[in-house]
Design a protein around this ligand. Structure first.
Ligand code: NDP
Length: 320
């Protein structure tokens, strides 16, 4: 299996076949989610892309089928910013009654102005973490019905921007900072994978989180020039002052180099299939290898606390 910072998702999957395996990829209407879905489908998996915009979903399915006419790919509506919508999505999938081998929690939103989900959660925490938490809970019976299921959370090296504020995760009482909000949500992606793995590894389920690299996608839709400059300053100051560096390909400027979209989906695919991860449940990955997350994303007590806070906020219970 080809690995490393420059490998593409196609390199990583190589000749492996996933015929008969079922996968759900959230946010696969574009960006690295669409490439993840395409590569899984090319390997023979039955792929459901879970998208909030049916027109974009139809275009994504058509794009995959135009290249791979025999691909088993369909779309289901999923808006992670609505608990009711998520529960309806999960109900529809449970009615299909097929085991779910791979759940890729990929969808994400970055740096929006303060916005609330239908249920009043801050948009980044609500979409990137709580939405995927409830989706995973709803699909758990299908996951536990598969032989060696994996749940893969697409996090970010941006989790370095903040841990989770357990007392006020939704910025109800503190001033909103979009960078802190994104960092918090991406730390939550890492902690959620760790705790999910801890709770269900004895049932054969493993969960991982990852940083995909820096890739030019629509994710930057809320960013302006000032935001880019602030990010460059943060990256440079981190490279100069604290020596913390998740990006092995980071040049002396402090900014990591860009990956292409096929390269950006590589670590996700690696986390879905790498046999060496069988014995590293809960791992955080980058550049198709196990990496080290920030201390606040590695603390087992934080992972447990996030689980409890998330259950409470969303009135969700994981059934065993
Ligand atoms: P894109 O913006 O291209 O893709 C994000 C996807 O998430 C889109 O399909 C979007 O749908 C979907 N989405 C957003 N909000 C919702 C919602 N409420 N319900 C359902 N789907 C939603 O970005 P990327 O492909 O770059 O991002 C994928 C993941 O990678 C994200 O989790 C991001 O945080 C992470 N990441 C990306 C990096 C990068 O450099 N690109 C770096 C580090 C992490 P729609 O098209 O309808 O908006």
């Amino acid at each position: 299996m080809s690995q490393g910072a420059t490998a593409t998702a196609t390199d990583v999957i190589g000749p492996l076949r996933l015929d008969g395996r079922n996968a759900v990829v959230t946010g696969a209407s574009g960006g690295i989610g669409l490439e993840t879905a395409r590569v899984l489908a090319a390997a023979g998996a039955n792929v459901t892309i879970a998208v909030r915009d049916p027109a974009k979903g139809a275009a994504a399915v058509a794009a995959i089928l135009s290249e791979l006419p025999d691909a088993q790919v369909d779309q289901e509506a999923l808006d992670l910013a609505s608990l009711q919508n998520i529960r309806e999505f999960c109900e529809r999938l449970r009615r299909r009654d097929v085991p779910l081998d791979l759940l890729v929690n990929n969808a994400g939103v970055m740096f929006p102005p303060l916005t609330r989900t239908d249920d009043g959660f801050e948009l980044q925490f609500g979409t990137n973490h709580l939405g995927h938490f409830v989706t995973t809970a709803g699909l758990l019976p299908l996951l536990l019905g598969a032989r060696e299921p994996r749940v893969v959370n697409v996090s970010s090296a941006g989790h370095a921007m903040s841990g989770v504020d357990f007392d006020d995760p939704n910025f109800d009482r503190r001033e909103y900072d979009k960078f802190v909000g994104y960092g918090q949500s991406k730390t939550a992606n890492v902690l959620f994978a760790t705790e999910l793995d801890r709770r269900y590894q004895d049932r054969g389920l493993h969960s991982f989180s990852l940083h995909p690299g820096m890739i030019a996608t629509d994710l930057a839709r809320h960013m302006d020039t000032e935001d880019f400059n602030r990010l460059i300053e943060r990256a440079q100051s981190r490279a100069t002052h604290d020596g913390v560096d998740d990006d092995s390909d980071r040049p002396a400027t402090g900014m990591p180099s860009f990956k292409s979209i096929p390269q950006g989906a590589a670590t996700t695919i690696w986390a879905c299939i790498a046999p060496e991860l069988d014995t590293h449940g809960g791992a955080y990955c980058s550049d198709c290898a196990i990496a080290t997350a920030e201390p606040w994303a590695r603390d087992a007590s934080y992972a447990q606390r996030l689980w409890e806070v998330s259950e409470h906020l969303t009135a969700t219970r994981f059934v065993s």
